[in-house]
Design a protein around this ligand. Structure first.
Ligand code: MN
Length: 292
């Protein structure tokens, strides 16, 4: 197995607010020689680095908006998020939980700080990913996978190094509970100080690491500090990480779709014609109704 090297280490860009409840650093696709194809099928990564929200009697968040053509994956590390959608669904994403929403043919939803959490406020840390769907599945039926932290498989590492939470795909013999349309690995590596882990993915899988706590050394030579992302090159399969301090690392790897991407706002399709249809369907109320 050939070593997969680090292509670049990206520092967090200036944060911006999504609605008034999510203070995010966009890592994918803005900049860093990255577009929606570079980490495809991961076409967007917004990272709300740990940020203290003051108490608010009215939950902060983002109001009703549509999505079509992809999946949104929300991982709550600190704080709690509530969501509601046009199919009547809704729920709370608690600390350590993952919500995997397949927007596919279209949903309207809203995302807010959970009401009780909002009243006290506190540290909030969250990742939202957009996972692209292949052309044949873009217009399939919407669905949710509400993955509680207790449902996430854990792989204990040797030598008290820590453990790997397997959200999707597999780490060695430990399989993730999330169903995906295309091959995807998504892990939280939770490492003790000095803990080591080795990952191996097919060379053509697009791969990146986001360091949420602590810092890590990749292949013994590239340091990645807290709140930084390492984009891995497509030049080998295997890489090693070592935690310089207690660390939490989101590990992403997936088979690229090799299809054209036409994206505008909340819609990600294959052609401009399909984007136009999405706007028309949205304007004609075909995404349903949701009260703001
Ligand atoms: Mn959304």
């Amino acid at each position: 197995m050939k070593t997969r090297t680090v292509e670049l280490v990206a520092a967090p860009r200036e944060p911006h607010f999504v609605g008034d409840g999510f203070r995010v650093h966009n890592f994918i696709p803005s900049g860093y020689r990255m577009d929606m194809q570079r980490m495809n099928p991961f076409i967007l990564l917004d990272y709300n680095a740990t940020y203290k929200f003051p108490p608010s009697p009215t939950p902060k968040g983002v109001g009703v908006h549509p999505h079509r053509g992809f999946e949104t994956v929300t991982i709550a590390y600190k704080g709690r998020v509530a969501h509601h959608d046009s199919s009547g669904g809704g729920g709370v994403i608690g600390e350590g939980d993952v919500q995997w929403m397949t927007a596919a043919s279209g949903v309207l939803h809203k995302e807010y700080h959970e009401e009780e959490w909002s009243k006290t406020g506190g540290d909030f840390q969250m990742v939202q990913l957009w996972v692209n769907l292949p052309k044949k599945d873009k217009m399939s039926a919407p669905k949710y996978q509400a993955i509680k932290n207790s449902d996430i498989a854990r792989h204990q590492l040797a030598n008290n190094a820590g453990h790997i939470e397997v959200i999707a795909g597999a780490f060695e013999d430990t399989k993730g509970v999330a169903a995906t349309f295309t091959p995807i690995h998504m892990f939280n590596a939770k490492l003790n100080k000095g803990g080591k882990a080795t990952f191996s993915f097919p060379v053509h899988y697009n791969t990146a690491l986001l360091v949420l706590e602590g810092d890590i050394m990749i292949n013994g030579e590239e340091e990645v500090p807290t709140d930084h992302m390492a984009l891995m090159a497509n030049d080998g399969e295997t890489f090693k990480i070592e935690a310089s301090d207690t660390a939490v690392v989101l590990v992403l790897s997936g088979a690229p779709l090799n299809e054209p991407i036409a994206a505008h706002g909340p819609f990600v399709m294959n052609t401009r014609e399909e984007l136009k249809e999405a706007f028309e369907d949205f304007n004609n109320g075909k995404f349903g109704y949701l009260e703001d």
